[in-house]
Design a protein around this ligand. Structure first.
Ligand code: NAP
Ligand code: G4F
Length: 322
């Protein structure tokens, strides 16, 4: 089996590549041209994957990429994925995160409609939530240009399944984190600053809304769900999350507590990190994924926070030695 991953250099792309190599897949990764290569997350497997240049903004490059790599499965993980940036660059976010999906689906339709397709949809689509917890039938009310773009990506995936009979699945994934998470996302921002504070390299941690609640899981667990969706007899959409919700404040408390510090002495909330419109509460109803895919998360919230703090402590200590 051969898989093509867009966004292979990102958090999820790197875990998915690890997972698929473990299953014996030939893994192709799409990377965009850059003057400096940023393969940090896939350096450990760089000799085992085939990287090809193309861009979600460029239709012809996607068609050529699919002709050239001949994948059985495509995982579309590439996107502008940071919610605050989507207010500053709403048009570009729409081009990558929304229209990029159509471009990949069009390339599949033209080159080989038998290719199975996974779309990285997001719980951000639920936004100002209409039900608690959220499942596959919960209506969307996105609260950011990113959420709006993801809603488009979701519906175009459903539409190509219904219009052209393409095996296209939308995975509606709730927040998932890891030591490979980008440092601008709140979890990694917290754990990398906790490590610096513990080692005397920083004094304060400035955050935004500490009351926001998220359903946080481990990215390594979630890539298995992506793969499972493409192994079913029929293409469908699935909510993937833990079913538990925690506030940013709880994450902060556990992270500081893990290194023996009291967060109240270090954390300050600043207006500049608040969003024009917030998603207050996300929590998944993962009943369908458990029943149909046989999927369930393995890493608990507590384990996730500690895993990320430990990894950042190690990184900071290595930087001190070097
Ligand atoms: P990430 O770490 O930000 O990775 C995003 C990837 O997309 C990177 O490899 C990036 O490449 C690539 N990319 C961006 N623009 C591109 C373009 N124009 N052409 C080609 N590639 C492009 O995101 P992630 O956390 O792994 O998330 C993976 C996907 O799942 C994203 O679509 C995200 O929106 C979605 N999602 C994530 C979560 C979550 O909690 N992590 C939850 C739900 C959905 P560069 O390295 O070149 O920047
Ligand atoms: O970590 P975040 O930036 O993630 P967010 O906005 O939930 O989006 C992530 O999860 C989505 C799935 O639901 C993905 F689709 C998306 O690509 C991304 O991976 O923020 C989480 C919460 C927010 O409520 C935010 O307001 O943390 C709050 N927060 C508080 N202080 C902060 C900060 N977020 C960031 N990034 N930085 C802060 O200082």
């Amino acid at each position: 089996m051969r898989a093509l991953i867009t966004g292979i250099t990102g958090q999820d792309g790197s875990y998915l590549a690890d997972f698929l190599l473990g299953k014996g897949y030939e893994v192709y990764g799409m990377v965009r041209r850059s003057s400096t290569e940023s393969f940090e997350r896939i350096n450990h497997i760089i000799d085992k994957v085939t990287l090809k240049q193309a861009d979600l903004l460029d239709q012809l490059s996607l068609i050529e990429l699919i002709k050239d790599s001949k994948p059985d499965e495509i995982y579309n993980l590439g996107a502008q994925s940071f919610v605050p940036t989507s207010w500053n660059q709403p048009v570009l976010t729409g081009e990558f995160t929304a229209l990029g999906v159509t471009r990949v689906l069009e390339a599949i339709r033209l080159v080989n409609p038998k290719i199975k397709f996974y779309q990285a949809s997001s719980s951000e689509m639920f936004g100002k939530v209409r039900a608690v917890p959220q499942n596959e039938s919960t209506p969307f009310h996105p609260r950011s240009p990113y959420g709006v773009a993801k809603a488009y990506g979701h519906f175009i995936t459903v539409n190509y399944r219904e219009s052209y009979d393409i095996f296209a699945c939308s995975g509606i994934l709730f927040n998932h984190e890891s030591p490979r998470r980008g440092k601008e996302f709140v979890t990694r921002k917290i754990t990398s600053e906790v490590a610096k504070i513990k080692l005397g390299k920083a004094k304060k941690l400035y955050l935004g809304n500490l009351e926001a609640k998220r359903d946080w899981g481990f990215a390594g667990d979630y890539v298995e769900a992506m793969w499972l969706m493409l192994q079913q007899a029929q293409a469908d959409d699935f909510v993937i999350g833990t079913g538990e919700t925690h506030s940013v404040k709880e994450f902060v408390e556990i992270a500081f507590d893990h290194v023996g510090l009291d967060y109240k002495k270090y954390v300050e909330s600043k207006k500049e990190f608040f969003r024009p419109a917030e998603v207050d509460l996300l929590v998944a109803d993962n009943t369908k994924a458990k029943k149909v895919l046989g999927w369930q998360p393995k890493v608990s919230f507590d384990e996730l926070v500690k895993m990320m703090v430990d990894a950042d402590l190690k990184l900071q200590e290595m930087a001190r030695v070097a």
